[in-house]
Design a binder for this molecule. Structure first.
Ligand SMILES: NC(=O)c1ccc[n+]([C@@H]2O[C@H](COP(=O)([O-])OP(=O)(O)OC[C@H]3O[C@@H](n4cnc5c(N)ncnc54)[C@H](OP(=O)(O)O)[C@@H]3O)[C@@H](O)[C@H]2O)c1
Length: 396
């Protein structure tokens, strides 16, 4: 049964792509999923997989997939004893992709339960199988807010955190390490940076929050360029809040799941942590200069102040600020992530790609433009209704 894997978070962005990758390589997958809004787990999972795959799952892949209904925050995942016994007997590897990716959760107690109790519940449910290997998906941003280089073997180095999400991800790593060590379970930790859809993938599954926001930003710039910006003199320049010297580390989902699979399959590397990152990300100012050219603006500038209101903000700047606000904190101090464990283990079999955000923006800007595609992405913006009215007036 060495080719059987238990995956959590299978309906999520990383989980659904990982399940597809595993199935396409002939792995048998037990996928944890839960019901939601009246949708049973199996149907939710199939819809998620179909969205990522771009078409219904082929029969041979379906045959390798078994859905396990359960919840991370329930002791032993709420699984029946017989299901637990099967998992204990048949599953040598767990890849834990489940989690709550909100930076500022409303309910801190529930947030803690998912991130800290969740993995412990999995270990209880799967049982003390001999030779069990547990792969945990963390984030490179456990490194927190700092410049310099962040190494894969670093944990708490006194870093400051941008948000409760980064803090709990570090605590989760520490807790899982302690438990796995005490129980003799082989542990690997994957730390992706910011993951987005792969612009080279034939299916455009841009439903994850980061791809959706970046696509909206690209469409917005294109819309502006094709209307007001047609007049060269009016071609807009744009200030984006962030540091021009810092870096935004973005990786495509394809690299993340291919690397995870290669490490999980090939590397008996207990206790090792793997940064799944862009090893040579462009500085933000370089990125902005290239985006300027791709999106046909007259100049994108970094607005270096984290809090101060921009003077004389144009409409385009206000909309862009609203779109990028959830990620703005990541446009300031960020380390370069050293990924030598990953490189060493992959040994060139899976290569990371640089400047994926740029490729993605170019593809998103070239995609068909509808007013709905833009307006759909404004919810939550401050003064949204007024802004939408003004946008409609501007472009009608
Ligand atoms: N996306 C990124 O850029 C990124 C970068 C670095 C690290 N990560 C890490 O990668 C992991 C996956 O992220 P993602 O982007 O794939 O997140 P996502 O799309 O929000 O998916 C989260 C998954 O976790 C499941 N889940 C949450 N609470 C659960 C519970 N109580 N019981 C069972 N399942 C539960 C969700 O199930 P439902 O569908 O039922 O809600 C969903 O399948 C997270 O640990 C995240 O911290 C993500």
């Amino acid at each position: 049964m060495a080719d059987t894997v238990f995956v959590t978070g299978a309906t999520g962005f990383i989980g659904r792509h990982l399940v597809l990758e595993l199935l396409s390589h002939g792995y048998r997958v037990f996928a944890l999923a839960r019901a939601s809004n009246g949708w049973p787990p199996a149907e939710r999972l199939m819809r998620a997989l179909q969205a990522a795959h771009g078409s219904p799952l082929p029969g041979p892949s379906r045959a390798l997939l078994e859905v396990v209904e359960g919840d991370l925050v329930t002791p032993s995942l709420g699984l029946h004893r017989l299901v637990q016994e099967r998992l204990a007997a048949e599953v040598p590897q767990v890849i834990h992709c489940g989690g709550d990716i909100r930076f500022y959760p409303r309910d801190r107690h529930a947030f803690r339960a998912v991130h800290i109790d969740g993995p412990l519940n999995i270990l209880r449910a799967v049982g003390p199988a001999r030779g069990l290997r547990f792969h945990h998906v963390s984030t490179a941003y456990v490194a927190g807010r700092r410049d310099g280089t962040a190494y894969e073997d670093e944990l708490d180095v006194g870093q400051a955190f941008r948000n409760p999400y980064e803090r709990i991800k570090l605590e989760a790593e520490q807790t899982i390490m302690t438990v796995c060590e005490a129980r003799g379970i082989e542990l690997t930790i994957f730390r992706p940076s910011i993951v987005m859809a792969d612009p080279r993938a034939p299916t455009a599954d841009w439903s994850d929050p980061i791809s959706a926001h970046f696509a909206a930003f690209a469409r917005l710039c294109r819309l502006y360029r094709r209307t007001i910006g047609r007049i060269r003199a009016l071609r807009p320049s744009l200030r984006i809040r962030g540091s021009g010297k810092s870096v935004l580390n973005i990786v495509p989902i394809t690299y993340v799941v291919e690397a995870m699979l290669a490490v999980a399959v090939n590397g008996r590397q207990p206790g090792r942590t793997f940064h799944l990152v862009d090893p040579a990300p462009p500085r933000n100012q370089e990125l902005l200069d290239q985006i300027t050219a791709i999106l046909g603006l007259s100049g994108l500038e970094a607005f270096e102040d984290r809090r101060r209101q921009m003077e004389g903000m144009r409409l385009l700047e206000r909309v862009a600020e609203n779109l990028l606000r959830p990620y703005q904190d990541y446009f300031f101090e960020s380390p370069i992530f050293d990924d030598r464990n990953t490189r060493h283990l992959l040994d060139g079999r899976v290569e990371p790609r640089s400047a994926v955000a740029l490729e993605f923006l170019a593809r998103a800007a070239a995609a068909p433009l509808t007013m709905k595609s833009l307006l759909d992405l404004l919810p939550g913006a401050k003064g949204e209704a007024r802004m939408v009215d003004r946008m409609k007036a501007l472009f009608s």
